[in-house]
Design a protein around this ligand. Structure first.
Ligand SMILES: Nc1ncnc2c1ncn2[C@@H]1O[C@H](COP(=O)(O)OP(=O)(O)OP(=O)(O)O)[C@@H](O)[C@H]1O
Length: 258
């Protein structure tokens, strides 16, 4: 493989990213000189102790917050205004799909209306919008539920709506913060399978923050954050031992935290 194709494969190149907060005179170095590459189609899970900087990292990658130092290159290019409005909003709308623990669906809209929302905001013509929503509703297995409102759905179904909404514009990167935090084991499995299938079909890269080592086994790679830094990495082998290995790495990090 030549160096050009290697560069092209990296959808995100994060270099030396740092974030410091100061509140009431108290300084917190939430993220310390963090660097990583995310490949096209890669599923990355982030685990770590509480307060280790996971959400801070996700917020910076999503340009919801700005760093004190460091750069994020998308497809090899650093945009000088990535963290400034109005470009930050454009960056998010073109490149990022967000999935949250609390689904964040609009309660008065139906399943298909919730999924259509990002397309409405982009002024996509109605005929194309209907076709794309119908395809997406089918991909997440909710065709029979498309006229229902969120309150009429189970937690897993609601999260599938949120996944479809995040993916409807086919953004290259999905950022998910504890997306299965409110779901039981079987529903977690179902939602992660849907996310994995969508990734295979649409080719997205995923960064998912989780406290659950079972959830992390669905990823290609797990990063363990500790004290604002990447403390360890685990490449998933996709076998039944993955969860034990992830847990033992995580416990080693927890040990360092005590
Ligand atoms: N807006 C903020 N203002 C001040 N401090 C903040 C802010 N956001 C995060 N922090 C601090 O930065 C550090 C990292 O927080 P962050 O939320 O990124 O951790 P986390 O790993 O996501 O934690 P958790 O697993 O508990 O959600 C913590 O010490 C936190 O208190």
């Amino acid at each position: 493989m030549n160096s050009l194709s290697t560069t092209e494969e990296k959808v995100l190149s994060i270099t030396n990213l740092s974030k410091r907060y100061e509140e009431a005179g108290h300084k917190v170095h939430a993220l310390k000189h963090t660097s990583l590459h995310l490949k096209q189609g890669e599923f990355l899970a982030i685990m770590g102790t509480s307060g280790s900087g996971k959400s801070t990292f996700l917020n910076l990658v999503g340009a919801l917050d700005s760093p004190n130092e460091g750069t994020i290159a998308l497809n090899g290019r650093v945009h000088p205004d990535m963290f400034k409005e109005p470009y930050a909003t454009q960056y998010r709308s073109e490149n990022i799909g967000f999935i949250f623990q609390s689904y964040n669906l609009l309660k008065d809209l139906s399943v298909e209306e919730n999924i259509a929302l990002p397309l409405i905001l982009k002024n996509i013509p109605v005929k194309e919008m209907k076709a794309r929503v119908a395809e997406m509703v089918g991909l997440v297995g909710l065709s029979d539920w498309r006229k229902h409102r969120p309150v009429q759905l189970s937690g897993g179904q609601q999260q599938r709506v949120a996944i479809a909404r995040a993916l409807i514009t086919k953004p290259p990167i999905i950022l998910a913060d504890e997306p299965t935090g409110n779901l039981d084991f079987n529903t977690t499995t179902e939602v992660l399978r849907v996310l994995g299938q969508m990734k295979e079909q649409l080719g997205q890269s995923i960064i998912l923050v989780t406290h659950d080592p079972y959830v992390a086994t669905f990823a290609d790679r797990v990063l363990f954050f500790h004290d604002g830094q990447i403390a360890a990495e685990y490449i998933c082998r996709k076998d039944e031992q993955d969860m034990d290995r992830i847990l033992s790495r995580f416990r080693a990090i927890m040990g360092r935290a005590q």
